[in-house]
Design a protein around this ligand. Structure first.
Ligand SMILES: Nc1ncnc2c1ncn2[C@@H]1O[C@H](COP(=O)(O)OP(=O)(O)OP(=O)(O)O)[C@@H](O)[C@H]1O
Length: 987
């Protein structure tokens, strides 16, 4: 079947062959199909792989329209075969070629069946197939050599029950299939494919026409008998067919707009739209769509052109949807990427601009420069170990990525390290006289505290330096512990920093968190130093007795390290991690109850107790300090108000009996607030609102009189309702108007509106004089005090003018200061051997025990005094301590209880205006008690004349200021006998 021809011969043959098969168009090679053919030929000469890359649409299927013209595919295939032959021959000899005398495709009725795993092959399309079966491959090579390069390509059916999406598995299974088994798995309808190229096991096929397998001929390699299928007849001019095809075309055009994937195919198609028939269009659409293999096979098997087009339309529409989604995804991603890129670009540009303008070097360098600048003035005094840490951290900062979290940690750490006042101290003032003046300026009394501070300053002056000390101010609320702390700082010229440790349970608050924690912060002391900017501040630790008990770590122990002068020279904060010197800090703590302070802490403190104020002291504080500050705070002048002594006294006695003066301060503020309101009310409305009111009034008036005044052009007499302002202006006439203003002090006539401004100055003066004349001074005395502060809250502490039988006044100490209390005893019933004691009044265990002791001692004493008196043996007693709602405890009422029981037993009341306190032993000895000052103050407040204290408390009493002790007859006793004599003396 081969003939050897010369080169020129081949050329001639090729041209003749193509021109014979092509529809005649003048032989000018201008027909679209020929143009493509030529382009392929020329490309092929350069590169044979062209066919694999570019899919060429050239179905040869003779269309069902009965068009008998030679199909382009035949032309193309033959031309291509010829070109290949040329190549083959060229490789051997440039002078000879082999010309094929092959049968036409439709002559192939027995073909090798190549299984296709992914998609069916559509006529006109190329498909590279990996042929794994060596026998099949050999047969294909052989048939190509024999110039019978056609085979059947059949899609493999999915194995029943397998997932069609697992392609590789399916492929593996197919290569194992042989003979009958393979035959059964192949779809009946396939494509006659031309073998265009074989490289290794890669066989490039080009689809030609539809086939149907009829029977198996040989099993290995699988050869089958086939029927060549023809499309059903159709009417080319059918409208529905046309419409469907146009829809397919327009959809393909849309796909082209959005997806570049199939642009080549669509372009090729649209360029040569005239050459394509409906069946080709259907095949083309189905082939380029991404539909799955079964859908594609459906199209391949469909011989009805109309139905095939419809199926294809479905597929391309789906393709369109997919490409839309693809476009949306691409757009979203692109937007995201471009946004980030834009930001990055702008940032970089900004940096570059700043650098160029010398505004800033890069971030890290700027930061380092900032820290170095901050450190520079302190460098001399900064300890070397701290300098070293700062240097290390600065180097680290340069190495870290600016966006990393560690960078931020290092930056914050450096911020703290460089912000601390390393080695900087405020100049202390050791002038004792100045300090005394400052302390007296701020607080009345408190001589103990002031004396202690002055001693401290004196020592500092002699030594030339003051050492950190811990002073603990203890006392009831509102006695001025916190405010004296502030005064001490002022007197010493130290910076003041206050923090409260009430309820503090977290050690980290004092010692800081470790830097490894997120949001770590240094402790209170480091915060204090940063805040005050000196290393020797006065730190007031408030409410140290209310320190919480931590779950992890004990805050008291942490405070110990902070306060202990031995340890705090090298205080180590967890966050800072470098020792800091706190030895120059002066610590002042405040507490209400010293007993509540943890012992190791208390041990290191110098406790100064502030007992509370007596009426006299409160009077001074109220008049000279509280009233003054409150008056200033309310913006009231001394001329406007007078608070009489009697009012203060009533306030202190009936409203504010507690030890401190905070409540007194509140009451004085209340009075002044009320006075302020009263003054403002009396002064009347302010000028702006007066003018507004006046204008409103005038508008109203002018409306009333406008008719008359405009006609007659007469002056309007306007009399101000408000005597203070009394100026009214009207605009009712075009003529000059006269305004008459009536003022109580001065009569001002204004001729025109402009004159109003000029007149306002003397008016203001007049108002001022008027105000001071009209506002009379507010005086507060005992009689009108309740108008300002309400009804008195305290009833007299004294229930009895003269205590009856069985009742004795005792003295008690509370956190709020001292107070007097009564102990009452009465007998419930009498009878032989009925002697017993029942105690009430919310007594604590100690007080209950104390009452039992008192019962025993009283019985013993009575036995000594009146041996025949069997009162205690035969009486059931009830002892009560009012007020019943207040819990009470402690042993100091022991002697009072005995006296009360003896009074009942002997049916004799105790001496008038007597109060006593003291713990009693079973043998009748009197033991010392606490709170002497508070109890003395309480006794005086209750109008007691005689007080009995244990003799062990004499020292405490002697230390009291003379004004506290004034007017009291005090007895110090060691034994109950002495009390007995004092209480039941027959004077
Ligand atoms: N001796 C005093 N002279 C003048 N003012 C005083 C005196 N004592 C207390 N004050 C005033 O009383 C008010 C309350 O005092 P401060 O707050 O210091 O009480 P505190 O003892 O710290 O109370 P707490 O225990 O409740 O904290 C302050 O305004 C203070 O100025």
């Amino acid at each position: 079947m081969l003939r050897v021809l010369s080169n020129s011969c081949l050329k001639h043959r090729f041209q003749t062959h193509t021109s014979k098969l092509l529809p005649s168009n003048g032989g000018d090679n201008k027909g679209p199909l020929l143009r493509i053919l030529n382009s392929i030929r020329s490309s092929n000469e350069k590169n044979t792989s062209f066919y694999i890359k570019r899919v060429f649409f050239c179905s040869d299927s003779s269309d069902g329209s009965g068009n008998s013209s030679s199909s382009s595919s035949v032309v193309e295939v033959e031309a291509e075969a010829a070109v290949e032959n040329v190549e083959e021959i060229d490789s051997k000899s440039s002078s000879v070629v082999i010309v094929s005398t092959n049968p036409r495709p439709e002559d192939y009725l027995e073909v090798l069946a190549i299984p296709l795993s992914h998609r069916p092959l559509f006529p006109g399309f190329y498909m590279p197939v990996n042929v794994k079966d060596p026998k099949m491959l050999a047969a294909l090579v052989e048939s190509r050599k024999r110039h019978a390069p056609y085979a059947g390509a059949f899609l493999v059916k999915d194995e029943p029950g397998t997932d069609p999406s697992i392609g590789s598995e399916a492929e593996k299974n197919i290569s194992d299939l042989k003979g009958k088994e393979l035959y059964d798995r192949l779809h009946e309808v396939g494509t006659l494919a031309q073998i265009t190229n074989i490289q290794g096991d890669l066989v490039v096929l080009m689809g030609h026409r539809r086939l149907r397998m009829t029977e198996m001929v040989t099993d290995d390699p699988l050869t089958v008998k086939v029927d060549h299928l023809k499309d059903k007849q159709y009417n080319k001019d059918d409208d529905i067919l046309k419409a469907t095809s146009f829809e397919v075309i327009s959809t393909l055009r849309d796909v082209l707009k959005t997806s570049s994937l199939w642009r080549d195919h669509v372009q090729t198609y649209t360029q040569h739209i005239g050459d394509f028939t409906y069946p080709r269009l259907a095949d083309f659409g189905a082939a380029i769509s991404g539909a799955n293999k079964s859908k594609c096979q459906e199209v391949l098997e469909e011989l009805d052109v109309h139905e095939r087009l419809r199926l294809t339309l479905e597929l391309v529409k789906k393709e369109m949807e997919i490409s839309k989604i693809q476009e949306a995804i691409a757009k979203a991603i692109e937007e995201k990427i471009s946004g980030e890129q834009r930001r990055y670009l702008l940032n970089e540009q900004l940096k570059a601009i700043k650098k160029e303008l010398g505004l800033e070097t890069d971030d890290k360098t700027a930061l380092s420069a900032k820290f170095r600048e901050r450190l520079e003035p302190k460098k001399e005094k900064c300890p070397p170990h701290v300098l070293q840490v700062i240097e290390e951290e600065l180097t680290k900062l340069q190495l870290l990525e600016a966006s990393s979290s560690e960078f931020n940690v290092t930056r914050t750490y450096l911020d703290w390290l460089t912000a601390l006042p390393w080695g900087s101290y405020s100049d202390e003032n050791f002038d004792v006289h100045r300090a005394q003046t400052i302390l007296d300026e701020d607080h009345y009394g408190l001589t103990d505290v002031k004396e202690r501070i002055l001693e401290f300053i004196a020592v500092g002056k002699l030594r030339g330096t003051s050492q950190g000390k811990i002073i603990c101010l203890s006392g009831p609320p509102g006695v001025g512990k916190t405010s004296i702390g502030r005064s001490i700082a002022r007197a010493l010229n130290r910076k003041f920093y206050r923090f409260s440790v009430g309820g503090l349970a977290d050690v980290a608050e004092i010692k800081g968190h470790r830097r490894t924690y997120i949001g770590a912060m240094p402790g209170k002391m480091v915060q204090c130093l940063k805040n005050v900017e000196t290393s020797n501040p006065l730190v007031l630790i408030d409410e140290i007795d209310k320190l919480g008990r931590g779950h992890a770590g004990d805050p008291a122990s942490a405070l110990l390290e902070l306060l202990d002068p031995e340890q705090n020279a090298n205080f180590l904060d967890h966050y800072l991690d470098v020792p800091i010197d706190l030895s120059k800090v002066l610590f002042v703590c405040t507490a209400n109850v010293v007993e509540m302070i943890p012992n190791p802490l208390l041990d290191r403190m110098e406790v100064i107790s502030i007992a509370g104020y007596i009426t006299d002291e409160k009077m001074h504080i109220a008049r000279d300090y509280l009233e003054k500050t409150t008056r200033e705070a309310c913006g009231i002048t001394p001329e406007q108000v007078e608070v009489k002594e009697a009012a203060f006294l009533a306030l202190i006695e009936s409203y504010c009996r507690e030890a401190g003066v905070r409540n007194l301060q509140k009451q004085i503020e209340k009075i002044y607030r009320k006075i302020a309101l009263q003054l403002v009310r009396e002064a009347g409305p302010d000028e702006t609102s007066q003018v507004q009111v006046a204008e409103a009034d005038e508008d109203k008036k002018s409306l009333d009189v406008s008719g008359e005044s405009s006609i007659e052009g007469k002056a309007i007499n306007a009399e101000s309702k408000e005597s203070v302002v009394g100026v009214q202006a009207t605009e009712t006439s075009s003529e000059a108007e006269q305004i008459h203003s009536d003022l109580p002090c001065d009569k001002i006539q204004v001729d025109s509106k402009e004159n109003i401004a000029e007149a306002s100055e003397p008016m203001e003066k007049a108002q001022e004089t008027d105000r001071s004349a009209t506002i009379k001074k507010v005086t507060i005395d005992e009689s009108n005090l309740s108008d300002y502060v309400g009804k008195p809250v305290f009833q007299a502490e004294r229930i009895y003018e003269q205590t009856p039988i069985g009742v004795v006044m005792g003295l008690a100490w509370t956190a709020m200061g001292g107070s007097t209390l009564y102990i009452e005893t009465t007998h419930v019933e009498q009878g032989d051997g009925k002697g017993a004691l029942h105690a009430t009044g919310q007594l604590g265990d100690v007080m209950k025990e104390s009452s039992q002791i008192a019962h025993t001692v009283a019985r013993a004493i009575l036995l000594g005094k009146e041996p025949d008196n069997s009162f205690f043996a035969n009486s059931k007693l009830h002892l009560h301590v009012p007020a019943g709602a207040t819990p009470k405890d402690g042993p100091s009422a022991g002697c009072t209880m005995i006296t009360s029981m003896l009074s009942l037993a002997m049916k004799k009341p105790v001496k008038k205006d007597l109060a006593m306190t003291g713990e009693v032993t079973l043998t009748g000895k009197i033991l010392p008690i606490g709170g002497v000052k508070e109890k003395t103050i309480a006794a005086r407040r209750s109008g007691v004349k005689t007080v009995i204290f244990p003799s062990a408390n004499r020292r405490d009493f002697d230390e009291l200021a003379a004004n506290v002790k004034e007017g009291l007859e005090v007895h110090f006793v060691e034994d109950y006998e002495q009390i007995f004599k004092l209480a039941f003396a027959d004077d």
